[in-house]
Design a protein around this ligand. Structure first.
Ligand code: AMP
Ligand code: MG
Length: 485
């Protein structure tokens, strides 16, 4: 029995360009792999036949046990600042890059496995992942994609048939992830730390070839690469802030060069608006709190700049001056993205200035914060207010004179309700809904998960019968997420 010819041909662009960062490796054998969820639209976009992926060979492929001819799975080496402390050698401890493949438009994507067993980077870890957190990454990354936020995507989650020891024994799983690349700030930190300037240059050249081919012939390609990443990350974190997403573990190994959201661990969507919102049980200091995310991104980009210094100028002081200057682009890009996003969320005239937009938005945020108003609900209610029905908004807040004054100011600008509804989601992966779906799936019932995925696939499109998916959770506020994935 062999259907291997139907499996995709995978390229090895990363391992070929950067062998020093790629350790050839194989996945551990999954005793009884079973597909839990397959992203059929994504499979088709990548030219993969869903029926083949569902076949026994396809499922073995999705856990890394059947490697297509010619493919070269590798564990990637990278470093990273974790909660501010530098680890020179992290790397894929439980993940493998299977290779790369093209989508329908000819753009290439990495196919990567998470939970595929110990690698030489595993340190004390068991190399495994469990069903709940891998399904969580599937749900939340696909929700982010549907929201239009740059993200890695999930092709499939496959149960391995092995129990994995955590606080209790839990069913193991492998996530098959798709990303425009897995290059991270931590990749550059690793290359810089190796002291091999040629490696650092090849890594930067590879990043340019993959993400910004137009920069290859620029006068200062590395400075331009840095600026492009600064801009992409500024836009990304602005999108997180606008939708109320808390990543939870913004270590530099989890910051992509592509500007895609990566590594959905203790992430969650904020319910009541509060900049101090933290969900992760291990983030006791609130380093990665909702309101800190832009500053943390900028800090992470400063670490990227440090790694790139030798490529910016042979004179270190000149390189630092150049990097500092370019990093200044972060604040400008962030403000432009956030204010532009707020203009849309509030339906404000596109010609309104950033300052005026921010003044108006910040006054609204203060009303939401003091009333502990649910973020997602508030903006949809404002959409109704823009159509003349202000009661949905008034019902959410405590300080009525204050909100009435704000509404008058805002409505004088004639907000465009249709534009608001196109950018303010009705449905986000609310914590209680995600937990409910994961608990059922862990017990073998995938129906709630499938239903949730359907709802989240069209987040802006309010549909009758889905009211409970739009409501805040019963105990919103005390929710905790765990890193022990
Ligand atoms: P993360 O917080 O998921 O980005 O992971 C941080 C680092 O820990 C990466 O180098 C991972 O490969 C590694 N890691 C996380 N969990 C495990 C595990 N169960 N076994 C081996 N390595 C792990
Ligand atoms: Mg990571």
């Amino acid at each position: 029995m062999t259907t291997t010819t139907a499996l995709p041909t995978l390229g090895d662009r990363f391992a070929r360009a950067l062998p020093e960062l790629a350790v050839e490796w194989r996945a551990e054998e999954a005793p009884d792999p079973r597909l839990l969820v397959l992203n059929e639209p994504l499979a088709r976009r990548l030219g993969l036949d869903p029926d083949v992926l569902r076949s026994p060979d396809g499922v073995r492929f999705l856990v890394g046990n059947l490697v297509p001819d010619g493919a070269l799975p590798v564990a990637q080496g990278y470093a990273g600042h974790q909660f501010g402390g530098f680890s020179p050698r992290l790397g894929d401890g439980r993940a493998l890059l299977l290779g790369d493949l093209a989508d329908a438009d000819g753009r290439r994507f990495d196919l990567h496995l998470k939970g595929s067993g110990r690698t030489p980077f595993a340190r004390g870890g068991d190399g495994r992942a469990v069903v709940g957190p891998m399904l969580r990454e599937h749900v939340v990354s696909e929700a982010m994609h549907a929201l239009g936020i740059p993200t890695t995507r999930s092709l499939a989650v496959t149960a391995t048939g092995r129990l994995v020891q955590r606080e209790t024994a839990l069913p193991g799983a492998v996530l098959a992830r798709v990303a425009s690349s897995h290059l991270r700030v931590g990749s550059f930190q690793y290359a810089r730390g190796s002291g091999d300037l040629d490696l650092l240059r090849r890594l930067a050249d590879h990043a340019i070839a993959v993400h910004h081919p137009e920069l290859a012939d620029a006068d200062e390609p590395y400075a331009e690469l840095f600026s492009a990443v600064v801009a992409a990350q500024a836009r990304l974190v602005a999108r997180w802030m606008l939708v109320g997403f808390v990543h939870g573990v913004m270590n530099t190994d989890n910051v992509t060069i592509s500007g895609e959201t990566i590594d959905y661990g203790p992430c969650a969507f904020m319910d009541a608006y509060d900049p101090a919102t933290v969900f992760s049980s291990i983030d006791s200091g609130g380093r990665y709190a909702y309101g800190n995310q832009p500053a943390v991104t900028q800090w992470n980009l400063a670490r990227f700049a440090e790694a790139l210094l030798p490529l910016l100028d042979t004179d270190e002081e000149a390189a630092i001056a150049r990097a500092t200057d370019l990093l200044g682009g972060f604040a400008t890009a962030y403000v432009a993205a956030w204010a532009g996003g707020m203009r849309d969320k509030l339906g404000l005239p596109t010609g309104l200035g950033d300052e005026e937009t921010m003044d108006l938005a910040e006054d609204l945020l203060e009303v939401l914060r003091s009333g502990r108003v649910d973020w997602t609900t508030a903006f949809r209610a404002l959409g109704r207010a823009a159509r003349g029905d202000v009661e949905a908004v008034r019902a959410l807040v405590l300080d009525l004179p204050e909100v009435d004054a704000w509404l008058d100011r805002w409505r004088a600008l004639e907000p465009d309700a249709d534009r608001m509804d196109r950018v303010n989601p009705v449905y986000v992966p609310r914590n209680h809904l995600v937990e409910e779906a994961l608990a059922a799936a862990t017990d073998g019932d995938l129906a709630p998960l499938e239903r949730l995925l359907e709802v989240l696939a069209a987040p802006y499109d309010e549909r009758p019968g889905l009211e409970r998916y739009a409501e805040p959770g019963p105990d919103a506020g005390d929710y905790q997420t765990f890193c022990g994935t």
